[in-house]
Design a protein around this ligand. Structure first.
Ligand code: SF4
Length: 281
């Protein structure tokens, strides 16, 4: 861990990077007593039979993927030059938003200098700027910016999660890392199942991860497997319920800079999600 102790941009309270659990970082769900998973088997065991708050806490201290732990902590210590005067969270990123959401948004993984810095999913990077601005425009977020974990943002009937909870090098988790992390999202989907009516999958990775996670819970989708596309829709069924899965291009700079994804395209999918859920925007 770095010797640097720097002030949180909102609270002014000093933190080392990475941030130790239970030291008062805004939104930190963990305490010093939260059990730490260090292997895939411990992730599987740790994800079972816990309530959502405890699941978030366990996710946020997980150390089961050695390469990702090293990467997230290295980035937290070295920092991007433009954030050199800020502490970095440097831990896994739990879900953010409503604990009883009708709408779930599933992304890929945290950004090294975004959520890995701010401690909140999609917060502090360009993809998040696009996502939260759009959620705000369609009535699913209380403000259009998401800068740090104490900025007052609340989501309306919506929760945002990453498929893989640690920032990966080149934004590419390995298959083993993806599979090691999968019990966390599976458990989260199971806990939210009685509420979620619509899942918006950002990109093909989020789409496939959502299908895998629901399959892991025993839910079924149409055969052949529905293919990802922007605006594509599929129905998943299980436990006497159904969920609409909506595909949306990921608001990565690769897509937004090239015009593959525009603001109206993103708004249109999120507004559809709001319309399909119980939420009236
Ligand atoms: Fe744990 Fe998931 Fe991070 Fe791996 S990617 S260390 S399983 S939280």
């Amino acid at each position: 861990m770095s010797d640097d102790v720097l002030p949180h941009p909102a609270t002014g309270r000093p933190f080392p990077s990475p941030v130790p659990p239970g030291t008062g970082w805004p939104g930190d769900p963990a305490t010093a007593a939260t059990p730490v998973a260090r292997t895939a088997a411990q992730v599987r065991r740790g994800a079972r039979g816990v309530a959502l708050g405890e699941l978030d806490a366990r996710v946020s201290v997980c150390r089961a993927c050695p390469r990702l732990v090293r990467w997230r902590e290295d980035v937290a210590e070295t920092k991007r030059a433009s954030y050199a005067d800020e502490p970095y969270w440097g831990r896994p990123i739990p879900g953010f938003g409503s604990a009883t959401p009708s709408i779930l948004v599933v992304g890929l993984a945290p950004a090294a200098n975004g959520a890995n810095r701010t401690g909140r999913v999609f917060t502090g990077d360009r993809s998040g700027d696009w996502l939260f601005a759009s959620l705000h425009r369609v009535g699913l977020a209380t403000q259009g910016t998401s800068v740090h974990a104490a900025d007052g943002l609340e989501l309306v009937d919506t929760r945002v999660v990453a498929t893989v909870r640690c920032a990966p090098p080149q934004n590419r988790p390995t298959t083993t890392e993806r599979d090691t992390c999968s019990p966390w999202i599976e458990a989260e989907l199971g806990l939210l199942a009685e509420h979620v009516r619509v899942v918006v999958a950002l990109g093909g990775y989020g789409w496939d991860a959502t299908l895998r996670a629901y399959a892991g819970l025993g839910w079924s989708a149409a055969r052949p497997k529905p293919r990802f596309g922007h605006g594509v829709e599929a129905t998943l069924e299980g436990d006497g319920r159904s969920v609409t899965l909506l595909g949306c291009y990921h608001p990565s700079q690769q897509n937004t800079f090239t015009g593959r994804l525009t603001e109206p395209m993103l708004d249109s999918v999120l507004a559809r999600a709001a319309g399909y859920s119980d939420h009236a925007s």
